[in-house]
Design a protein around this ligand. Structure first.
Ligand SMILES: Nc1nc2c(ncn2[C@@H]2O[C@H](COP(=O)(O)OP(=O)(O)OP(=O)(O)O)[C@@H](O)[C@H]2O)c(=O)[nH]1
Ligand SMILES: [Mg+2]
Length: 235
């Protein structure tokens, strides 16, 4: 109840938020079923703006395209720029623009998956809208969440944005080529991450120079094999 006028607007807002999240979770369940029926592994990439999500995708497409069919769904508030970058590599991409919205939701992803029409047994990367807050709350029906953090952002981000880092299966610590020029302590970052998420794997990478990318591809390969086993058992 509002302490100023006694109205119940605060209570109504909370109920509305719960309904929005419940509807999203329901649609995310449909996406998960849709993806599993086609044996498509979906990975949701989340980060602050500019951490290197699209650059990592461009590299992964170039490095993995002979072994694995890939598709990409790009989320930004505006512009087709990231989908254009992905298509320039020869990989199919669909761009979602959220306008004032700060995250993708499961309903948006459902439409984009049908437009992308990924091949069975392929992998779909979803690049979420760049920020460390809202995307964490919205399940898209993905199988895994990868949080990208660049060394220019400071070691304290897991403590300040715990919801985002708690939801990660893997954290890609990007731009390690810049470490010689920065006061960033990877050990302190790992300690702070452990406080909110003891289970997430941390991979130190440089999307531009290529450091650590083999480890990222090994991680994806392991997840892909485990996913294929799960889908096989369920059939
Ligand atoms: N030095 C260095 N720069 C990088 C690296 N990865 C990305 N960048 C640069 O960081 C800038 C942003 O990269 P993007 O890949 O566009 O970042 P993003 O996370 O997709 O950004 P948004 O989609 O806007 O959220 C570009 O200038 C990249 O060249 C890296 O490993 N090292
Ligand atoms: Mg991008």
């Amino acid at each position: 109840m509002c302490g100023t006028c006694g109205c119940d607007e605060i209570g109504k807002t909370v109920v509305l938020e719960q309904q929005v999240l419940a509807k999203n979770d329901h649609l995310a369940g449909h996406n998960r079923t849709w993806l599993r029926e086609r044996s498509i592994l979906a990975v949701n990439l989340m980060s602050s703006p500019g951490s290197g999500k699209t650059t990592l995708l461009e590299r992964a497409i170039a490095d993995l395209r002979d072994d694995l069919p890939l598709g990409v769904i790009e989320g930004d508030q505006a512009t087709p720029l990231d989908a254009d970058r992905i298509r320039a590599t020869g990989c199919p991409a669909v761009q979602l623009n959220t306008g004032a919205g700060c995250h993708l939701d499961a309903g948006m992803l459902a439409g984009a998956l049908r437009e992308l029409d990924p091949a069975p047994d392929s992998m779909v990367f979803v690049e979420n809208v760049g920020n460390l807050v809202c995307p964490a709350l919205f399940d898209l029906g993905e199988d895994h969440r990868a949080v990208v953090m660049s060394v220019t952002e400071g070691e304290d981000k897991p403590l300040k944005y715990p919801h985002m880092f708690r939801t990660a299966d893997v954290v890609l610590l990007n731009k390690v080529d810049l470490l010689p020029y920065l006061d960033f302590d990877p050990g302190r970052f790992r300690t702070q991450l452990r406080q909110v998420n003891p289970a997430a794997e941390v991979l130190a990478v440089s999307a531009t120079r290529g450091d650590g990318l083999a480890g990222w591809y090994t991680w994806l390969g392991r997840r892909r094999r485990a996913f294929a086993d799960t889908v096989r058992v369920a059939r």
